[in-house]
Design a protein around this ligand. Structure first.
Ligand SMILES: NC(=O)C1=CN([C@@H]2O[C@H](COP(=O)(O)OP(=O)(O)OC[C@H]3O[C@@H](n4cnc5c(N)ncnc54)[C@H](O)[C@@H]3O)[C@@H](O)[C@H]2O)C=CC1
Ligand SMILES: O=C(CO)COP(=O)(O)O
Length: 328
């Protein structure tokens, strides 16, 4: 896996910038496409004050707002815009991106209107480009600062996943590989819903014991939903699943956890940073209903966000469910 490799990152937010830096530090030529000139100029200067305030980074990312220039003769495209924008971003690549160039999906979510996983959207729109996903416990600020981080790169083609993981890994980013694309995608998408729930428990002052119970039972739901999608249990016990739950269900650095905290404290929820779990909770609850899956926490988060129930009512509902064996 040696030789010159060009990586294109689509998205100039926190995670796009951090991954571009990680790719640069792994020795690749890196282009970053952002839709606004302000971000392009800032990233070229070595900063991204809007999304990574206070972090100065090395020069070397070739930032541009010209999509064709960004994808020309590239070896790999990392798609790092929010999950609900993936369809429009990939549609913009149609007829422009060379076939066979892998698409590495780095957002964490499920399409709100269709319930589709991001790799399904990619395969629908760009069937000639193999889809992969990168996920795991990784705050953009940590990665941008060069702190040690481990993630998983998944593709249905095991050899592709392994090749990408080797390419992407560097001294501070360690990439494991997996052929369980569905499991890796679901782990990343659903942990955001549980992070909102954990944040709400914290914000509402319900105690550390309740928070631990919530995350543990959330993990059970993740495994149930995962099984319905054909995800492997061991994948969900890995970095994109348990690992990301541990990170984002316990840290105010997580935007989803912080969103939940604000919810629990009855703070204003307008104009907050991106919290992917908001969109994912509604569609995940719908999927659970349609497939008759036992997912009370997911459904409670969706109902709270819809304004259908309060946090107190959700807690009462969860605590008064029929008693049963833990393993059921
Ligand atoms: N920030 C983090 O620590 C991590 C984020 N992620 C995931 O990465 C994805 C992106 O998150 P962030 O970069 O953190 O969000 P962000 O809010 O920091 O940045 C989003 C970027 O996408 C751009 N964007 C939005 N809509 C667009 C469109 N239609 N076309 C082109 N560009 C568009 C925005 O201008 C902005 O530059 C999310 O799914 C998130 O869950 C995953 C791991 C870590
Ligand atoms: O996915 C993340 C870390 O792995 C980032 O979490 P937030 O989007 O909640 O900030």
């Amino acid at each position: 896996m040696s030789g010159h490799y060009t990586v294109t990152v689509l998205g100039g937010g926190a995670w796009g910038t951090a991954l571009a830096l990680a790719m640069l530090r792994s020795g690749h030529a890196v282009r970053l496409w952002a839709r606004d000139d302000e971000s392009v100029a800032a990233i070229s200067r070595g900063e991204n004050p809007r999304y990574l305030p206070g972090i100065a980074f090395e020069a070397g990312i070739d930032a541009t707002s010209d999509l064709d220039a960004a994808i020309r003769d590239t070896d790999c495209v990392l798609v790092v815009t929010p999950a609900q924008t993936l369809r429009s971003v990939l549609t913009g690549l149609k007829g422009r991106l060379a076939p066979e160039v892998p698409l590495v999906l780095c957002a964490k979510g499920i399409e709100r209107d269709t319930g589709r996983l991001l790799s399904d959207i990619a395969t629908e729109i760009l069937p000639d480009n193999p889809a992969a996903a990168l996920s795991g416990p990784s705050f953009a600020t940590d990665v941008a600062r060069g702190l040690p981080t481990a993630v998983v790169v998944a593709a249905r083609d095991e050899a592709l996943a392994a090749a990408l993981a080797i390419r992407f890994s560097g001294t501070t980013l360690r990439c494991y590989s997996s052929d369980d694309l569905t499991g890796v995608e679901l782990g990343g998408a659903l942990k955001n819903v549980f992070a909102i729930a954990a944040g709400a428990v914290s914000g509402a002052g319900l105690g550390a014991s309740a928070q631990a119970a919530l995350v543990t039972r959330g993990f059970v739901e993740l495994r149930r939903v995962g099984a319905a999608f054909g995800a492997r249990a061991e994948t969900l016990m890995g970095l994109s699943g348990l690992g990301d739950l541990m990170l984002t269900c316990s840290s105010t650095q997580s935007r989803n956890f912080a969103y939940g905290m604000a919810l629990g404290r009855h703070e204003d929820l307008a104009d907050r940073p991106l919290a992917e779990g908001v969109a994912t909770s509604g569609i995940a609850a719908r999927i659970a209903r349609e497939r008759d899956l036992d997912a009370p926490i997911i459904k409670a988060v969706a109902a709270i966000l819809d304004g259908a129930i309060t946090i107190n009512e959700a807690v009462t509902g969860l605590m008064s469910r029929p008693l049963k064996a833990e393993a059921d």
